[in-house]
Design a protein around this ligand. Structure first.
Ligand SMILES: *Cc1c(COP(=O)(O)O)cnc(C)c1O
Length: 371
């Protein structure tokens, strides 16, 4: 029988598309003793998390809670609860995660209409308006921060158009929550989900979601049961609401971690945090360009939490990533789908968004590529 050594993960600097580095305070909170999921002390922590999440989402939505599971579980909860078989859903696809939304909507029986733009571009309100004229839909699904392309999608104008057509707007905010401006109430967004391991700098494992009153009404008027039992918000909300009815055992220590991560967000201040992300991203963009690299996305809609940069002609992108990891303990990401082998993806999210990390990465790239 093999005797396994004690766990000892390497000390990586996480500058990829997620997870990001986790604050020591969050890890410490997660190591606290596990208590029962109906313990009054835990119920209080749950309320704290909901209040802090509303603050971070900039919303007063009552139905705001963390789904058990990673960002994709948030995506699946958003689709499963608001799509009934046969419902028309318009999905805006300009990257890998828009594609995943379409795939999930399809699996839950939606009639999916695809509005497509090339990877690296954004959608305009006029385009969404035209698509809805052609195909009226119950829901319009769109990604706020496309981690596959590094695009930050403006949402205000689109939300207005969607509501003019009487539809709901469903938003993927996995790589935006806590890193770039997101105003759920001011922008009138209906269903917004995120993940803990990107700009919130908590380990992967929870997916915050928030639902507008308008969308809650749609949920209450469903004719069919939610197909996913585990993600059924009509039941999950009773555990997070006044009833406190058991549904599934909450991942106690993950909730501890999220509470601490959100406390850190509150202490720093959301606006200051957004500014920090933009400042460090701008510093990275300038540094990359001065080394001769070309960025994929035009400045106006470049995403501060994730930067896509072209792998220079004649350079093996995967080789550089391996050198960064093995010689410098730095993780960055490669391209997905249409961008496979063509781009690197550099994340500056949460704890990872620091000026000294940018300096280190640029210096390492310089050494590896002999620039
Ligand atoms: C990472 C990510 C997801 C999926 O989250 P997981 O935690 O990997 O399940 C969904 N959407 C976007 C935009 C993401 O960046």
């Amino acid at each position: 029988m093999v005797v396994y050594s004690e766990l000892n993960p390497p000390p990586r600097l996480l500058l990829g598309p997620g997870p990001s580095n986790v604050a020591p305070r969050v890890l410490k909170a997660m190591s606290m003793p596990t208590i029962g999921h109906l313990d009054p002390a835990f119920l209080q922590l749950m309320s704290d998390v909901q209040t802090l999440l509303r603050h971070t989402f900039r919303t007063d939505n009552w139905l705001t809670l963390p789904i058990s599971g990673t960002g994709s579980a948030g995506m699946e909860a958003a689709i499963a609860n608001f799509v009934e078989p046969g419902d028309p859903v318009l999905v805006c696809i300009n990257g890998y995660f828009g594609e995943r939304l379409a795939e999930m909507a399809n699996r839950y029986g939606a009639k999916v209409y695809r509005l497509e733009k090339p990877w690296g571009e954004i959608f305009t309100p006029e385009e969404v308006d035209a698509a809805l004229r052609e195909h009226p839909a119950k829901i319009v699904a769109i990604v706020h921060a496309e981690t596959s392309t590094g695009v930050l999608q403006p949402l205000e104008g689109i939300s207005e158009v969607v509501h003019k057509h009487g539809a709901l707007i469903l938003v993927d905010a996995v790589t935006s929550l806590g890193g770039v401006p997101l105003f759920v109430d001011d922008w009138d967004l209906d269903i917004v989900y995120s993940g803990t391991q990107k700009a919130l700098s908590c380990p992967p494992g929870l997916a915050p979601i928030t639902v507008s009153e308008r969308a809650e009404e749609v949920l209450s008027r469903r004719k069919t049961k939610v197909i996913s039992w585990y993600l059924d918000l009509t039941m999950v909300r009773k555990y997070w609401g006044v009833e406190r009815t058991y549904h599934h055992t909450a991942p106690i220590n993950m909730i501890y971690g999220l509470r601490e991560a959100l406390r850190i967000v509150q202490e720093e201040g959301l606006e200051r945090r957004w500014h920090r992300h933009r400042r460090n991203a701008t510093f990275l963009w300038t540094g990359l360009e001065s080394l001769g690299f070309q960025l994929v996305v035009p400045r106006e809609y470049r995403l501060p939490t994730l930067t896509t940069v072209y792998v220079p002609e004649g350079v093996n992108g995967a080789f550089v990533q391996r050198r960064l990891l093995e010689d410098y303990n730095i993780e960055i990401g490669g391209g997905l789908g249409a961008f496979r082998g063509k781009v690197w993806r550099i994340g500056l999210m949460g704890e990872s968004s620091r000026r000294e990390h940018v300096v280190l990465l640029l210096a390492a790239l310089k050494e590896i590529l002999r620039l």
